[in-house]
Design a protein around this ligand. Structure first.
Ligand code: ADP
Ligand code: MG
Length: 290
């Protein structure tokens, strides 16, 4: 005796057909079948699965992120594809999940605290300071950053980058590390983005202004850009780091552009803000750049 009788097969087929006809009341469903170029028999067999893909797609429509994902497999969406006349259903990462995957990929390439070697004894006091900063870091507290100055190639940028990456990845702090001379150049080139960039520099949880004083700044760069950023960060108790080849004293001279009395006052004002925002430390060591 056959496992499934002819009668049963027939009623199954009727059932499938009924489901299919019902599904076809939806315009989206008809369009989907059409776009996949499915004939009626193949489409009929997959009605429920096809409907499921439409439902998942509709969930994605007003979704704001994987935290509110309504789909069966978080951060993914069921997609139908046709290959050699057969239909396949696969879970694909949604646009939010893709962003997360991309970010994770970037994070894998970032320098972390564990990558720091400790063979240069001159770096030890800085590394110790950073360890303690990392352990005690609390967004709600007002923690001062460093004004890390010293010789070229001694590891200033490297060390602070490792610390900030670590905080970003493990403590989800927003950080921005910018090569300061480049900030001024890029702002001049793309003035439309000026406001947006300034907002970011003013409000990010931790800012690193790298290589400050490496170039002579203009009055505008000093007062409107640097001054504004530092003033805002001071008022909002936002952690700020600096690296420089200059001591604070030398930076004061560097920032006194025209070297007249008005300029000296303005430069002094910037220096006061830097002192309020950071702890002064020195790293003079061998040049490790190749
Ligand atoms: P600076 O900013 O002081 O001019 P960098 O931070 O650019 O110097 O350091 C130069 C190079 O030395 C870095 O690119 C990095 O490869 C290497 N370096 C410095 N310190 C360390 C360290 N503790 N562990 C691993 N590499 C380091
Ligand atoms: Mg540097």
């Amino acid at each position: 005796m056959p496992l499934v009788s002819g009668m049963e097969l027939k009623s199954n087929k009727l059932e499938l057909e009924k489901n299919f006809e019902e599904a076809c009341l939806s315009k989206e469903f008809v369009m989907l079948v059409k776009s996949l170029k499915l004939d009626k028999t193949s489409a009929m067999k997959k009605t429920i699965k096809l409907q499921e893909t439409l439902e998942e797609k509709s969930h994605c429509k007003n979704c704001k992120g994987t935290f509110m994902c309504k789909n069966a497999y978080n951060g993914h969406v069921l997609i139908p594809t046709k290959k050699e006349n057969r239909i396949y259903f696969t879970y694909m990462p949604c646009k939010y999940e893709e962003q997360i995957l991309e970010k994770n990929k970037q994070n894998e390439r970032k320098v972390r605290m564990k990558d720091i070697d400790t063979k240069d004894k001159k770096q030890l006091s800085i590394i110790k300071w950073m360890d303690s900063f990392y352990e005690n870091y609390d967004l709600a507290k007002n923690s001062k950053g460093l004004y890390l100055h010293g010789s070229f190639g001694s590891g200033k940028t490297y060390l602070l980058t490792a610390l900030l990456n670590e905080l970003e990845i493990t403590k989800h702090v927003s950080v921005e590390m910018v090569y300061f001379p480049e900030v001024l150049r890029s702002i001049k080139e793309d003035f439309d983005a000026f406001g947006y960039k300034m907002q970011r520099f003013m409000n990010v949880d931790i800012l690193l202004l790298d290589d400050i004083g490496a170039e002579k700044v203009t009055e505008w760069g000093r007062d409107e850009v640097l001054g504004t950023i530092l003033q805002h960060r001071m008022e909002k108790n936002k952690t700020t780091f600096f690296t420089s080849n200059l001591t604070i004293k030398e930076l004061e001279t560097n920032l006194s552009i025209a070297n007249n009395s008005v300029d000296k006052v303005k430069s002094r004002r910037i220096i006061e803000r830097i002192k309020q925002l950071s702890v002064d430390m020195e790293l003079v060591s061998e040049n490790r750049r190749d």
